[in-house]
Design a protein around this ligand. Structure first.
Ligand code: ZN
Length: 145
């Protein structure tokens, strides 16, 4: 076997080993947020997702905890579809037209009343959402709303 092939192979093997030992994005994000929704504090893991701040497909969309948020299903969808936004200083914003709607408790308590509240942040500041990524996402939210 040629030396270069040998090194390439051992590199690949160690990369695979590292991956196997790494916790998934979901596990790391939920752990950072003590398994609760960063918007509404819901603690049922069956209803929680690890949401990306910047989507997977984007250049800045790495699966790091700083690019993640632990969100319940409804808040994940509301965040992805820019019904709810987060300012770079961690404040929750709700799209203007949604604030004017009248509907049942999910809209009122689950969405409208989140406005101006601060999101729940991980205990360790190292794991807090990256403010640059939040800004990129928040600008998209404002373009839509
Ligand atoms: Zn929630």
């Amino acid at each position: 076997m040629e030396d270069s092939t040998y090194f390439k192979r051992s590199y690949i093997t160690s990369t695979i080993r590292q991956r196997l030992h790494q916790k998934s994005f979901r596990e790391r994000v939920l752990e950072a947020y003590s398994s609760q929704c960063a918007f509404c504090k819901l603690k049922h893991t069956e209803l929680l997702d690890a949401a990306h701040i910047i989507p997977d497909a984007d250049e800045l969309g790495e699966p790091m905890v700083n690019n993640g948020l632990s969100l319940c299903k409804i808040h994940h969808a509301a965040f992805d579809s820019n019904i709810i936004g987060i300012t770079p200083d961690y404040k929750i914003m709700v799209r203007e037209d949604i604030l004017l709607e009248k509907d049942g408790p999910m809209l009122r308590h689950g969405i409208q009343q989140l406005r101006d509240q601060k999101i729940i942040l991980p205990k360790s500041k190292l794991l807090w959402p990256d403010q640059n990524r939040l800004e990129v996402k928040y600008n998209r939210f404002r373009e839509v709303g």
